[in-house]
Design a protein around this ligand. Structure first.
Ligand SMILES: Nc1nc2c(c(=O)[nH]1)N[C@H]1C(S)=C(S)[C@@H](COP(=O)(O)O)O[C@H]1N2
Ligand SMILES: [Mo]
Length: 540
């Protein structure tokens, strides 16, 4: 092989490494873009960087922070990116060995990425999705970039039927002998092919990055506007006797950050209050539209309301209690003038989700409101900023529209809402339920007197009594915490004596209509689960 061949080979090596680096950047950008576009939280590389920081042995970490001071995070991220790009460069070279080798490395990196993302508690499915998007980008881009570089040596070995008329017979002139000439003749073409593709990748990467930043920026801008809002609302005072003070029980007030999240939108819509409008129309005397300022300059109602999801299994945690501030829906409906033959309000959100709410629940005097604040703060974006509906006594899927923009007064026989179309019941009054928080299912406690506790709810009906049964014995009444009215959950507790061994604890509630929870288990579909919650535990 002549001098020419060595130079060419070096150049191919350089190109393959460059292809690897470009591929690395492309994957990092698409994964970050996924995160920015969806949630504006930390991209996977940042998660990996924090994993590196957190898993670095103490003394080294301390030294590192000493050395670089408050710059440690940007430095760590830059370092992580550089290491990643180095691995990607090497991966470009690996593609010469076997086309599947780089894929394996990419999959391994993605697994590490998923682990890193998984250990940060604020990262939802969006971050996991981002890692997968990055991995797919890597695999596809490396193939795309190295294709022009790698077909060449193959052609050299096997002969290229398109240009080499004489090499079709097996065992004819050995191709390698003729290769250096042809390869060097084709070098400019190969290079052009590679550079063209590299340019295309660079353009796509830049465009993707820019688009994602823009999407992320709108969420950040709305988040900024939200933080600057000063609403005339209160945080709400938890009734002094609401908490039964049992270790391990869910708090009576659910902090906003811990409040369960359910929505069909992949990314929560970012709506600036100044762009928000609510239209009320349909079977009304006068159509009305309200701006955000219109709403918050009115008399605001504030109330504790426990919201729960129809998909909550017996013993499940898709339930939360908050102090909400907003405008009563009935006041707005009165202004519009509801026609007497209407029986429903079809609510539509900014993202096109719909639900049908019984008109009666909106005007019968309960605190059905268009909420603008949750626990004293403007609604979090994920919980429906700037305005959502809250109706005591109804499951979220028929009432609690987030990012609300439209109320159409209508009749149930005129529409089918989002979840009703998918097999759920048209109406969803909440079912009376109770839950054991302590002891935990499968847990171990100390034998003797133990404190048990949990919560029970029958929003807008109220809980009258909670009873528990230990190991099939007699039902005993639990002590109940206080509540401000009928619209929230109630905490319950008692002291029970448990001997060493295995135990089963069951709970059931009776609401203020006199109804006691049935033991018959029903699935969450179509209108909510029934059955008694029970936990098995061991005493030692
Ligand atoms: N726009 C919109 N609003 C929505 C939903 C949705 O998917 N989209 N889900 C509903 C359901 S099923 C429930 S249980 C509650 C949950 O409210 P949260 O996420 O604030 O807890 O929101 C309701 N409002
Ligand atoms: Mo729900």
């Amino acid at each position: 092989m002549g001098h020419d061949g060595v130079v060419r080979r070096d150049r191919t090596t350089a190109y393959l490494a460059l292809a690897g680096v470009l591929t690395g950047i492309a994957g990092i950008v698409t994964s970050a873009a996924t995160v920015w576009a969806l949630r504006a939280t930390n991209p996977p590389v940042v998660a990996v960087a924090s994993a590196v920081r957190d898993l670095t042995p103490g003394p080294i970490a301390v030294r590192l922070v000493h050395l670089v001071g408050h710059l440690d995070k940007p430095l760590l991220v830059t370092g992580t990116v550089l290491v990643l790009l180095l691995i990607c460069a090497g991966n470009g070279l690996l593609s010469r060995r076997h086309p599947l080798l780089p894929d394996l490395v990419f999959v391994a990196l993605a697994v590490l990425g998923l682990l890193a993302v998984g250990r940060l508690d604020d990262s939802g499915t969006a971050s996991g999705l981002a890692v997968v998007v990055g991995m797919v980008t890597w695999i596809v881009t490396l193939r795309f970039l190295t294709a022009p570089l790698l077909t060449e040596p193959e052609a050299r070995l096997a002969g290229d039927p398109a240009t080499d008329e004489g090499a079709r017979e097996p065992g004819s002139v050995p191709a390698p002998a003729r290769a250096p000439d042809r390869a060097s003749a084709r070098t400019p073409q190969t290079r052009r092919g590679f550079l063209l593709r590299a340019g295309a990748v660079a353009v796509v990467v830049l465009a993707t990055g820019a688009a994602a930043r823009l999407a992320g920026r709108s969420r950040r801008r709305v988040e900024q506007a939200r933080k600057l809002l000063r609403l005339p609302v209160h945080r709400g005072v938890t009734p002094s006797d609401a908490s039964v003070e049992v270790d391990g029980i869910e708090p009576w007030r659910t902090p906003n950050d811990d409040f369960y999240l359910i929505h069909t939108a992949l990314a929560a819509p970012s709506i600036s209050p100044k762009d928000w409008q609510l239209r009320i129309h349909g079977m009304v005397e006068r159509e009305r539209t309200y701006s955000y300022d219109d709403l918050i300059s009115r008399q605001l109602t504030e109330a504790w309301v426990t919201l729960c999801c129809v998909s909550n299994e017996v013993g499940g945690d898709l339930i939360g209690n908050a102090y909400w501030s907003g405008v009563l829906v009935r006041d707005l409906l009165r202004e519009a003038g509801v026609r007497s033959d209407a029986d429903a309000v079809l609510q539509t959100s900014h993202d096109g989700w719909t639900c049908g709410t019984p008109l009666s629940a909106l005007i019968d005097g309960r605190n059905a409101m268009l909420a603008v604040a949750m626990n004293g703060l403007p609604l979090p974006i994920d919980h429906g900023f700037p305005v959502r509906t809250v109706v005591p006594g109804l499951y979220g899927y028929v009432s609690a529209t987030k990012w609300l923009v439209d109320l159409e007064v209508t009749r149930f026989d005129q529409f089918t809402a989002y979840w009703t179309r998918r097999g759920w019941s048209a109406k969803g009054p909440v079912k009376t339920q109770s839950r054991i928080d302590v002891p935990r299912s499968g847990g171990t406690v100390k034998a003797g007197m133990i404190r048990i506790g949990g919560s029970a709810w029958a929003q807008h009906t109220g809980i009258a009594r909670v009873e528990y049964q230990l190991d099939g014995g007699p039902w005993k009444a639990a002590d109940l915490g206080g509540v401000p009215d009928l619209d929230t959950w109630v905490q319950w507790t008692d002291l029970v004596e448990v001997a060493s061994g295995d135990h089963v604890l069951v709970v059931r509630a009776t609401d203020r209509s006199g109804y006691t929870q049935t033991s018959v288990r029903a699935d969450v579909v179509p209108d909510g689960a029934t059955g008694w919650h029970s936990v098995s535990f061991r005493a030692q």
